[in-house]
Design a protein around this ligand. Structure first.
Ligand code: OOG
Ligand code: NI
Length: 468
């Protein structure tokens, strides 16, 4: 058999990711019917936005992969799960590698008072991102940060006795290891179904009412992480092209939407990530029959939408962080949503808002491509800026593919109903997270730089010139 016939008998991880995303979306729709409403609202808003006139550069960044239009927005989602142990995280890393998702970045959640840290599993290459940029925010407990020793012991006991992965899934993972990380189509189908079992909601707790109540009193996130037999997806977020319109439409549809949109203010040139959510639904929890049919209710799952803007450089990020701090200080202790919105709008006047300025000041990452016939090229070497000025190459902003720790912490917190936030006094533990994963964390800046550099190399090859 020729070598490519052997290759063809395995599923492409990008295709398997799309099967996985669709399965998760349909599972979540059946679990949280409001998610179906949200997807309808977002798809209406996106259609209207595409019909209205938008700056083509902004649109290509919002809609495509910065290097050409792609239909990715129709299937684009991010989800989130919360894990209990290093062992669980290690297995989740193996599951997600099979669908082409890899851990990128470290998110410290202690500022939100959570004894947890997290990473974002996402595709890393331009081709993979263009096909389906599904991402999963995966957080894991740091038990050493739980102050209450009794609660910590109880959570660890419950976690030690659960296995959120079916034997079928475990054997498929081992099979993939012996097939270079790939699965056949038949194995892929079984894999997606088996993986859903780990991420499905189980309304029956795997703890006694007494233990559930004790953990919830210590911190609601402990009950959410340790008292169920799965790592339930707690939200699945579609991407909108106009978050203000989506926010308003969510309110009109009667969803209990958050007061304000998180992240940067509305801009002509969107950057990073703007998010809004409706609050977690209160869901019934049953306990095992020998607990006398006791019942409780639990708040974990919610709905969120997001609008993605351009990825910012480290310099752009420092400016963003500084302005956000300034706006929060200006809004003062009252921190009413309106005061904060006003302050953010005012202070962010200091963030350049044309693509030309953002590029000239190295605040945003851009990708380059040759524009039509390069008649103007005469020399053997150029700088990128010269080629842009000559109109030979065109710069498009690169889409931000990651999360914002502050928004993530805020969203976490607003949905747990955990009372006032007190930051934990703790160091980050990047090494601990990497040890649990069994692989190193990818660096987001490094990935954006690589996308930019590869686009410049492609221009150089097409034009037959050197580009400094
Ligand atoms: C994760 C919250 C983080 C986001 O969009 O920032 C997140 C969680 O609540 O488990 O999804
Ligand atoms: Ni989210």
């Amino acid at each position: 058999m020729p070598a490519n016939a052997i290759q063809d008998s395995f599923v492409d991880p990008d295709d398997l990711r799309t099967c996985f995303t669709l399965a998760m979306s349909s599972m979540y729709k059946s679990e949280v019917p409001l998610y179906g409403d949200l997807v309808r609202i977002v798809s209406d808003v996106n259609e209207k936005t595409l019909q209205s006139r938008l700056d083509p550069k902004t649109l290509s960044m919002r809609y495509g992969d910065a290097l050409g239009p792609s239909p990715r927005i129709d299937i684009e989602r991010h989800g989130a799960i919360r894990l209990g142990t290093a062992r669980e995280l290690h297995t989740v890393r193996r599951i997600l590698a099979i669908i082409g998702l890899h851990p990128v970045g470290y998110y410290d959640l202690t500022a939100a008072g959570l004894p947890m840290h997290a990473t974002c599993f996402r595709p890393k290459t331009r081709e993979s991102l263009a096909k389906n940029p599904f991402r999963l925010f995966v957080s894991v407990l740091r038990p050493e940060l739980i102050k209450d020793a009794a609660a910590s012991d109880l959570a660890l006991d419950l976690l030690a006795s659960r296995n959120i992965f079916t034997p079928e899934l475990t054997s498929l993972l081992d099979g993939a290891d012996s097939q270079n990380g790939r699965l056949t189509p038949a194995q892929g189908t079984r894999f997606v179904a088996a993986a859903m079992e780990s991420f499905r909601w189980h309304g029956t707790a795997a703890a006694s009412p007494h233990d559930y109540t004790a953990l919830r009193a210590a911190h609601p996130v402990l009950a959410d992480v340790a008292c169920f037999p799965s790592a339930h997806v707690n939200h699945l977020t579609p991407r909108t092209l106009d978050i203000a319109a989506a926010h308003e439409a969510m309110g009109r549809a009667g969803l209990e939407v958050k007061a304000r949109i998180e992240g940067p203010p509305a801009r002509r040139c969107p950057i990073l990530l703007r998010q809004t959510s409706f609050l977690a639904v209160e869901e019934p929890v049953r306990f095992a029959a020998d607990d006398g049919g006791a019942r409780a209710s639990h708040r974990a799952r919610f709905g969120e939408v997001e609008e993605r803007g351009a990825a910012v450089t480290p310099r752009g990020r420092r400016l963003y962080d500084a302005l956000l701090d300034e706006a929060m200080a200006a809004a003062g202790a009252r921190e009413s949503p309106e005061a904060l919105d006003d302050a953010v709008a005012r202070v962010f006047a200091g963030y350049p808002d044309t693509w030309e300025d953002l590029r000239a000041q190295d605040l945003v990452y851009f990708a380059y491509r040759v524009r039509g016939r390069p008649a103007a090229v005469e020399r053997a070497a150029y700088t990128v800026d010269e080629l842009v000025r000559l109109g030979v190459v065109e710069a498009s902003p690169i889409t931000y593919e990651d999360f914002l720790p502050l928004s993530a912490a805020g969203i976490f917190q607003s949905n747990l109903g955990a009372g006032p936030v007190r930051a934990l006094d703790a160091e980050m533990d990047v090494e601990g997270l990497q040890a649990a994963l069994g692989v190193g964390l990818g660096d987001a800046d490094d990935l954006y730089r690589r996308l930019r550099d590869a686009s410049v190399d492609e221009c150089a090859a097409q034009l037959g010139v050197e580009i400094a």
